[in-house]
Design a protein around this ligand. Structure first.
Ligand code: PML
Length: 268
């Protein structure tokens, strides 16, 4: 008999603004401990505590769960956020995003992509050629859900990542999310940096070069950040959104981990 798995989702907010969130796919026996750990994480913030934390649990149809491998990981070390954004632009264009869409996405995350410059709860979906925004609700955006490391693969993957300094749950969760996005029909690339004012690292991910971390994409203290998914519209948007929000995916192995390398912008 196939093992019954559950999608566990945590969302913490304060004053109606998203503060933190997490997605796990777990067995029944893990529900109590993982829920407690995510609750503790939500409460243990460096700033003011959340005024609401919601955890929801939903059982998954075993036949709907897909298995996949995580993308390769690279890390580019840049001298500052301007160089980081310049590199992000280049990586996006290399992935097939137009210059116009790449610049628009960088501007959107820098200004706050939600209503009146707020940070969006989910991601922007953008036409990779025209830069047109395609997500229906610009305050909510698209939430990628129902993905995790496969539980039998988790210890080995976590140990390998920890050995190269990438074992923090923030990196693992961003990698898993990017991996799910890269498997979406019609995806060209993703751009992300955190809305945590003290976390400056972000990434560009694309199906060919994988998860490409950039050591600095924003100024210290900046509360803005988010995600942009670039899509080619020869594929139906509905199936893309259905996959991102609903289709469960478990990752069973790591890709290659490349050594960090310096990147200098010749134009700076
Ligand atoms: C986030 O925390 O919201 C996104 C973090 C993206 C980068 C994670 C990393 O690879 O260091």
């Amino acid at each position: 008999m196939e093992r019954q798995l559950y999608s566990l989702r945590m969302r913490a907010s304060r004053g109606g603004h998203h503060q933190s969130g997490a997605e796990r796919v777990i067995a029944a026996a893990e529900v109590a401990t993982v829920t407690a750990a995510l609750m503790a994480r939500a409460m243990n913030t460096s700033g003011p505590p959340p005024d609401a934390v919601h955890c929801s649990l939903e059982c998954l149809e075993p036949a709907s769960i897909r298995q996949a491998v995580l993308p390769d990981i690279s890390t580019f070390l840049v001298g500052g956020w301007r160089a980081g954004r310049c590199l992000a632009n280049r990586l996006l264009v290399r992935a097939g995003v137009s210059e116009r869409a790449a610049s628009r996405a960088l501007e959107l995350l820098a200004e706050g992509a939600g209503c009146e410059g707020s940070v969006m709860r989910g991601a922007v979906v953008m036409n990779a050629q025209t830069g047109e925004r395609l997500e229906g609700d610009i305050s909510r955006g698209v939430r990628v859900s129902r993905m995790d490391l496969a539980s039998e693969a988790r210890p080995a993957i976590e140990a390998l990542l920890a050995a190269v300094g990438l074992g923090h749950h923030r990196v693992i969760e961003a990698l898993v999310l990017a991996a799910k996005v890269l498997g979406a029909p019609g995806i060209v690339a993703e751009l992300c940096w955190s809305d945590d004012p003290d976390y400056l690292i972000g990434y560009v991910a694309d199906p060919r070069y994988g998860y490409q971390r950039i050591s600095n994409l924003k100024q210290q203290g900046d509360l803005r950040g988010g995600r942009v998914f670039f899509v080619s519209l020869d594929r139906a948007l509905d199936s893309l959104l259905e996959y991102l929000e609903r289709r469960p995916v478990l990752f069973t192995a790591l890709g290659r981990i490349n050594a960090p390398r310096d990147w200098y912008d010749a134009d700076e």
